[in-house]
Design a protein around this ligand. Structure first.
Ligand SMILES: Cc1cc2nc3c(=O)[nH]c(=O)nc-3n(C[C@H](O)[C@H](O)[C@H](O)COP(=O)(O)OP(=O)(O)OC[C@H]3O[C@@H](n4cnc5c(N)ncnc54)[C@H](O)[C@@H]3O)c2cc1C
Ligand SMILES: NC(=O)c1ccc[n+]([C@@H]2O[C@H](COP(=O)([O-])OP(=O)(O)OC[C@H]3O[C@@H](n4cnc5c(N)ncnc54)[C@H](O)[C@@H]3O)[C@@H](O)[C@H]2O)c1
Ligand code: SF4
Ligand code: FES
Length: 810
């Protein structure tokens, strides 16, 4: 049988998902050709917000790699736009003068971001937030500029604003009315959201109408109605989208706001279908993936001639804002109205607000702020039209207080776990049981749950735990280093060892990396692993390191650097202080600051001054920028404090001198206190030492950052030599076994304190072997990096005199 020719115009989320559905049903029916204007394979547009917010990378958001197209015999033309369709001859024409015939054609061209038609909108630095290039423009702008203005306080604007804040920019969000996210939230939730985002550092210009973008070539200011002006180096317009009907309109296919389709996604031409954001169904145009995926299922069935039941009936919308630290959920009809009644709970102490809107004893809408655990359940109730006459009204909003494990346990099988992909609890449980799935990744690959915005990952994990009981090992799921490889960190380390690999390129070639150059996630990791495995002969690859490590200083939000010289154990002297003061005067250092690690930070140093500052200071680098041993904070100890039982300063200096310049998977902070009063905060350090009468307690895995973790007692020893020894064994075990960028606090949670103790304390042979390997690593450490650069004129010139440095942020 000859295959039908199927052409997809638009290589985005809706169109390609429809192809996946077709291939699930019938791999032989079609000869498929895909055109995409963007120069990328199909990627998860939703996750651009996470890329901007620094939670993932562009490489990691590819949904279907080039291999997938090849494997499924799909001919893909990226960077090529279909301009016109000849409906009579059934041909499409592209901007690269290609003509391709079709039997069936799908248009899935998505939307254009709406750009306000105001004077100056064409200036450099005025962008939308729709694709990878926009995301990269924002990241690049944040390296050179400071002030961003985001126009539009909807979902997209707020997610963009959060990302720009994370990138170190100052952000003004301009909103046209006095009510953020008015399409999703009622005024109470909107006010709470605004207050929360203000706490995060966003500045709001509410009820402001933008009149013009001012500046010479690039944007410099934004002008509002009434004459107010704010400064701006970057303007992001996030004021909505409009369906991209260009090709349909040019080809005489019926369009209104979108391309008009029936319940089977058929356009005015019987062989041409449309779906996704470009399609208009029953006068509705959708801008979220859940409805688009439902449309994809219906169209796939139609094209594969399978019973498509009643066709697409329209969707009830639900959304979650993807800004960390803010939980917001909205679904259905959420505004008050004389025909509806509402149940509300508001806890101003906890910052929680919940409202469900009821009509004729059925939930028709909900808004949740601060606690969104019941979102899925409420969405199911709305979708299923559940009669709530027999339920205690307030109890509908209270079940999350019982804990989320019982939440999934108490859910009906029909309730939705993944809103984006319409996957219910029953679907996931059946897949876990029938297909033997045991990880979130496997559930994602099998059912699509958690494949889009990812906010349901926690629920999927809880459902795995609930279904598999003790057999589920949530923390041990295989996590690949990045999208360049299917190998986990552990697998890469073991392959490097087994195959004796010694260079990054070799690792990538031999282990079948999917991209030639690797990415900003895998390159630094491989560089670390190679250095850790071959301490004596590996030559560090500077270009694989993050910018701060390459520059040996921390880049600041205005492009200047901070310099922190080492002060062993937090102890300084008049000579060093004088040198610091002289440097501060000579280089006009705008801020001198005592750090939390008991050192002095010289902030605001120009890039080109760095080598001279280091030369004049003539002190060792404090490695304040490195995935390395940073500081050892000490209390004054027995020499001065009346509670002191031990020489905390001496111990701190000994530790810092021994382990300085050592590369580790992530930064290491230490503390030494001479009594349990813990003035050096040893309880929240990666390694914390506490002196008690006649001995030292060694604590590990503490963290004082965003996720506070109290350190665990590893052992108690008598002498300084023993402290140094057990610290060496512990750090070496961490170096060899943790994943790159895994803090000790996370590592301990993952592998367990008992296991670590059994290796570095109880098994004396293992402990000695670790100490020996640590000695080899310490022996091979390079000289102080600041001194090395001062001596190396070429490196100095390359790093500090050239104008541009490609920034790989971390
Ligand atoms: C930053 C961001 C965050 C988002 N977050 C969420 C979220 O959390 N939840 C949610 O549900 N939705 C979210 N969305 C919306 C969601 O991404 C879209 O609804 C979805 O991508 C639309 O899919 P689509 O296939 O219709 O359009 P698209 O994904 O835009 O795909 C259309 C593709 O067609 C190409 N194309 C256009 N014209 C032509 C032509 N003539 N020839 C060839 N190719 C063409 C375009 O270049 C594009 O690649 C977000 C969107 C953005 C931008
Ligand atoms: N988490 C999510 O689900 C998510 C995240 C990002 C984007 N998206 C989707 O992407 C699409 C685009 O998002 P969006 O936020 O741009 O669209 P939107 O239409 O949802 O919001 C646009 C906002 O801009 C405001 N606005 C309009 N004109 C303005 C002006 N002149 N000045 C200031 N404000 C103005 C509107 O009042 C509205 O609140 C939507 O379909 C959205 O659903 C979803
Ligand atoms: S930790 Fe104890 S010994 Fe050290 S300064 Fe504080 S009180 Fe004194
Ligand atoms: S809810 Fe978005 S991926 Fe599941």
């Amino acid at each position: 049988m000859t295959k039908r020719k199927l052409v997809l115009v638009g290589n985005g989320m809706a169109g390609v998902r429809c192809l996946e559905e077709i291939l699930k049903m019938d791999t032989e029916r079609f000869e498929i050709t895909v055109f995409g204007s963007e120069p990328h394979p199909n990627y998860n547009r939703i996750m651009l917000s996470s890329v901007l917010q620094g939670d993932t990378t562009v490489d990691d958001i590819v949904l279907n790699s080039y291999d997938w197209y090849e494997k499924n015999n799909i001919q893909l033309f990226t960077g090529e736009t279909v301009k016109k369709i000849d409906k009579e001859k059934k041909l499409i024409f592209t901007n690269k003068d290609r003509t391709v015939p079709y039997d069936d054609l799908i248009i899935a061209t998505g939307s254009h971001p709406f750009m306000l038609p105001i004077p100056g909108a064409e200036k450099e630095g005025v962008i939308a937030f729709r694709n990878i290039e926009d995301c990269e423009s924002m990241i690049n702008a944040s390296n050179n500029y400071k002030r961003a203005v985001v126009i539009g306080g909807g979902l997209l604007g707020l997610e963009a604003a959060r990302g720009l804040l994370n990138l170190g920019m100052e952000v003004d969000v301009v909103h046209i009315i006095d009510h953020l996210m008015e399409r999703q939230l009622d005024p109470t939730a909107s006010t709470m959201l605004k207050e929360e985002l203000e706490k995060q550092g966003m500045n709001f210009l509410m009820s402001h109408q933008t009149e013009a973008i001012l500046g010479k070539k690039r944007v410099e200011k934004v002008l509002f109605k009434g004459g107010k002006v704010v400064k701006a180096d970057l303007v992001v317009m996030a004021v909505g989208i409009k369906p991209n009907v260009d090709v349909a309109k040019a080809s005489g296919i019926e369009t209104n706001r979108g391309i008009v389709v029936d319940d089977y996604m058929q356009t005015s031409d019987p062989n041409i279908y449309a779906l996704g954001e470009c399609a208009e169904h029953r006068e509705m145009v959708y801008g979220l993936v859940a409805p688009l995926y439902e449309q994809g299922k219906v169209l796939a069935k139609k094209l594969c001639k399978q019973d498509a039941e009643e066709g697409y009936q329209g969707s009830i919308l639900s959304t979650k804002l993807k800004v960390s630290g803010v939980d917001v959920f909205s679904a259905g009809e959420f505004m008050d109205n004389p025909n509806n009644k509402a149940i509300r709970i508001q806890d101003e102490f906890e910052g929680i607000y919940k409202k469900i809107v009821v009509r004729d004893n059925r939930v028709i809408g909900a808004v949740l702020f601060g606690d969104t655990a019941e979102g899925s359940r409420l969405l199911s109730m709305i979708n299923n039209g559940t009669d709530i006459s027999d339920l205690g009204k307030v109890s509908i909003l209270q079940s999350s207080t019982e804990g989320s494990a019982s939440l999934v346990a108490n859910m009906d099988d029909s309730e939705t776990i993944c809103g984006c992909n319409g996957v219910s609890k029953g679907d996931i449980v059946a897949a876990i049981q029938n297909e033997g799935l045991c990880s979130v990744e496997e559930v994602k690959n099998c059912t699509n749950a958690s494949r889009s915005c990812g906010t349901c990952k926690g629920l999927v994990s809880e459902l795995l735990e609930h279904t598999l009981g003790d057999e589920y090992q949530g923390g041990n799921e295989k996590e690949t280093i990045c999208a360049c490889t299917d190998l986990s960190h552990e697998e890469v380390v073991s392959e490097i060892r087994a195959k004796g690999l010694t260079m990054t390129r070799e690792v990538m070639n031999v282990l079948g990396w999917k991209s030639d150059e690797g990415c900003s996630k895998c390159r630094p990791a491989i560089n670390y692993y190679l250095g850790m495995i071959h301490p004596s002969d590996y030559e560090d690859e500077r270009e694989s390191r993050f910018v701060n490590e390459r520059m040996h200083a921390n880049i600041q939000n205005n492009g200047t650097y901070s310099v922190v010289p080492r002060m062993y154990g937090g102890v300084t002297n008049a000579k060093d202080l004088r040198k610091i003061a002289d440097v501060a005067d000579k280089y006009n250092v705008p801020l001198l600051k005592i750090t939390g690690g008991q050192r002095i930070d010289l902030l605001g140093i120009k890039k080109e001054d760095l080598p001279n500052v280091w030369k004049d200071l003539d002190m060792p680098s404090g490695y304040a920028y490195g995935k390395a041993v940073r500081t050892v904070k000490t209390c004054v100890g027995e020499n001065f404090c009346r509670f002191g039982t031990q020489d905390a300063i001496g111990m701190g200096i000994a530790l810092e001198k021994k382990f300085e310049r050592l590369n580790t998977p992530h930064k290491i902070k230490m503390g030494v206190s001479a009594c349990p009063r813990n003035c050096a905060e040893s309880g929240i350090k990666d390694v914390g030492i506490v002196g008690v009468e006649g001995s030292w307690e060694v604590y590990v895995g503490g963290n004082g950052g965003t996720e506070l973790r109290k350190a665990d007692l590893l052992c108690k020893v008598k002498t300084m030599v023993e402290v140094l020894e057990v610290t060496a064994a512990y750090l070496q075990y961490y170096r060899e076994n943790a994943r790159y960028l895994e803090r000790t606090s996370h590592w301990i949670e993952r592998v367990g304190l008992d296991h670590i103790k059994s290796v570095v304390v109880d098994d004396l042979e293992m402990k000695q072997a670790l100490v020996n390997r640590m000695e080899v690593a310490l022996e091979a450490l390079p000289e102080d990096p600041w001194k090395e650069i001062i001596k190396n004129a070429k490196q100095k010139d390359e790093l500090f005199n050239k104008k541009d440095v490609t920034v790989v942020t971390q």
